[in-house]
Unconditional design. Structure first.
Length: 242
């Protein structure tokens, strides 16, 4: 198996995208091996080597824009950002690489069918519940957009409390209730982050949605998972216009 996932979606040929797995790098121990996060406790020299490998492997036109992610709803223009404190970036310029890092949270990619606009979104439950997808779609200009959902924690492993379910129903309406199944423990639920993202995308006018089949929690050989392992590495999901 390759050390990466190439999205299967109807993006124009000039739009490139990739989502990494945990293999193919130099990091050791709990960060083995292609950890791309400098903030998780791994040796910085290993992370920088991994980032160099990523750039060389896909012949990236520039270094990815690595955001300072905080589970919020801030979106920045990648080629003219005043801050990297954000959970999504977008661009309409060629040669600019938008990137998000995840280890259970959902990476979402957007592009228009003409291949002139792209975005990368880090969608944890807090970001989803505060409208990060809707904000990114709006900043991208709306219109005829296509979305791809990268690897995230699956519905059978994502346990949440009543407050999470309530936050989504407040944000997305009663339609979000279908994404929650009762847990055997009182006041606990299993949440389907992929379904919640699809609801958010639909509310933002994005009906063409692809991906969303993998589970980071249940595939330890392929993915980092914060919920499974605690301190661990980060995968990256990238998109750019050639």
């Amino acid at each position: 198996m390759s050390d990466w996932i190439i999205p299967r979606w109807p993006a124009p040929p000039n739009v490139r995208a990739v989502s990494t797995l945990r293999s193919g790098g130099v990091s050791k121990g709990r960060f083995a091996s292609l950890n791309l996060g400098l903030h998780v406790g791994d040796e910085a020299v290993s992370v920088l080597k991994n980032r160099e490998r990523l750039t060389a492997m896909f012949e990236l036109p520039a270094q990815p824009l690595w955001l300072d992610q905080h589970h919020g709803s801030v979106v920045v223009r990648a080629d003219n950002a005043e801050t990297w404190y954000a959970d999504a970036s977008f661009t309409s310029s060629s040669g600019v690489v938008c990137a998000v890092m995840t280890a259970d949270c959902l990476p979402v990619l957007l592009c228009d069918r003409k291949g002139t606009r792209v975005a990368a979104i880090h969608a944890g439950w807090r970001g989803l519940a505060s409208g990060i997808i809707e904000a990114a779609a709006h900043d991208l200009g709306g219109g005829d957009l296509v979305a791809w959902l990268g690897p995230a924690i699956g519905a059978g492993a994502f346990e949440v409390g009543d407050e999470v379910r309530a936050a989504f129903i407040t944000q997305l309406g009663e339609v979000a209730d279908a994404a929650f199944k009762r847990h055997k423990t009182q006041s606990k639920w299993y949440a389907d982050i992929y379904m919640l993202a699809r609801v958010a995308l639909l509310s933002a006018g994005v009906g063409s949605v692809y991906g969303g089949e993998r589970c980071t929690f249940s595939e330890p050989e392929h993915f980092f998972s914060f919920r499974r392992d605690g301190q661990t590495g980060r995968m990256a999901t990238l998109i750019w216009i050639e």
